[in-house]
Ligand binder design. Structure first.
Ligand code: NI
Length: 160
């Protein structure tokens, strides 16, 4: 397995394209998901979507500290509440911004074998699911940002 190169905003328009639905649940998909989890971990991220490693497939991985979740063809089927959070993205290094996200979401997806499942996310997990699913439609948090927090966090030493 391997750590893949992360595409950065402004370098590659793959981040701006709509990813295609996964139809084949094969070894290639399994390898992609495994590599994505490894790449996310190496980058100290809480989530990573396939377009970020240059692959236009609708899949992502998430880990907010409660274990790895792999999502193939994920869709948000319900959202509740609203909260303001600070987000960052491995494809937008060294920056952060405030975004309004739902407090709770329900996501329907498939696992790496094609089995359907549903996941309920609250707080950080809800944020992360929304952020990663946005990536599959070519949307980055900077598009939804209500305030850039880069300087604020830099002063606090939270980002370098
Ligand atoms: Ni991101």
């Amino acid at each position: 397995m391997a750590i893949r190169r992360i595409m950065e905003l402004g370098q590659d328009d793959v981040l701006r394209k709509r990813a295609r639905r996964v139809e084949k649940f094969d070894d290639r998909l399994a390898a992609l998901l495994t590599d994505m989890a490894e790449t996310m971990e190496a980058g100290d991220g809480a989530g990573l979507a396939a377009p970020q490693v240059g692959v236009l497939k609708r899949c992502c991985v998430v880990n907010v500290g409660e274990g790895l979740i792999e999502l193939v063809n994920p869709e948000i089927v319900s959202r509740e509440g609203e909260m303001t959070v600070i987000e960052a993205c491995l494809s937008v290094p060294g920056r952060a911004g405030r975004v309004v996200r739902p407090e709770r979401v329900t996501v329907r997806a498939q696992d790496r074998f094609g089995n359907p499942f549903e996941i309920h996310g609250e707080g950080m997990l809800a944020v992360c699911l929304c952020h990663e699913i946005d990536h599959l439609d070519g949307v980055l948090y900077v598009d939804r940002m209500i305030e850039d927090c880069t300087e604020e966090l830099r002063e606090k030493g939270a980002i370098s």
